[in-house]
Write a protein that binds this ligand. Sequence first.
Ligand code: AP5
Length: 216
Amino acid sequence: MPPMVLLGPPGAGKGTQGQMLAEELGIPQIATGDILRAAVKAGSELGQKAKSYMDAGDLVPDEIMVGIIRDRLQQPDAGEGYILDGFPRTVAQAEALDDMLAAIGQKLDHVVHIDVDNELLVKRLSGRVICRDCGATYHTRFNPPAKDRVCDLCGGELFQREDDQEKTVRSRLAVFQERTQPLVEYYRQQGIYRKVDGDQDPETVRARILQAIEGK
Ligand code: AP5
């Protein structure tokens, strides 16, 4: 299966849908936010460079992100297709991705934009909690764990992301509008852009995404 991109503002459900689709389609989900958070946690050189951008809700520079993706796409599990979650986020990243794929005779098959109203995004992110151990995502109201602050899957502690405070969320939404929204036109011109309404429950959104990519 050729690669696909999940596009959407912070909190649209890229991570949630990426995980569900990866299981369903049997291909990996490649989430640049997760790669960066792991680097920050490990205290690596990449993590040290990325942390201040992430905490402020800004984008990490394109050359760093392109390098990360170039390395990741060379891993053996990326040979049979993958779902990109959080990359590309700028036109320069999209052009670099097109070049990388062209060099190996591939191209993107689908770009699915999960569209959600900004106020709902703020509600989703300010209630999001994540397992420190396994990374599972919950929402204190929309998808609560059975026991407060404890992961249903592994019993790990649930925490709120540093960049999910309302002020930072609003900066991230503004950055999306300014830097990432131009990708809509970029991919529309390639004829691979699909927009899906993401304001329903995760199962409904999942069905809409599958319909968008299968109905191509
Ligand atoms: P990243 O981790 O990619 O953050 P993001 O794009 O802001 O996306 P989120 O993870 O916040 O949201 P999501 O769309 O995955 O939603 P989720 O499924 O979790 O990036 C973080 C930072 O890293 C960036 O700010 C930047 O600094 C840097 N970075 C990363 N990639 C980069 C790049 N390419 N270039 C430069 N910098 C980069 O859902 C959110 C919440 O809503 C959850 O609680 C979930 O349970 C709930 N939810 C999900 N779907 C539904 C639904 N349908 N109904 C109700 N609740 C739902």
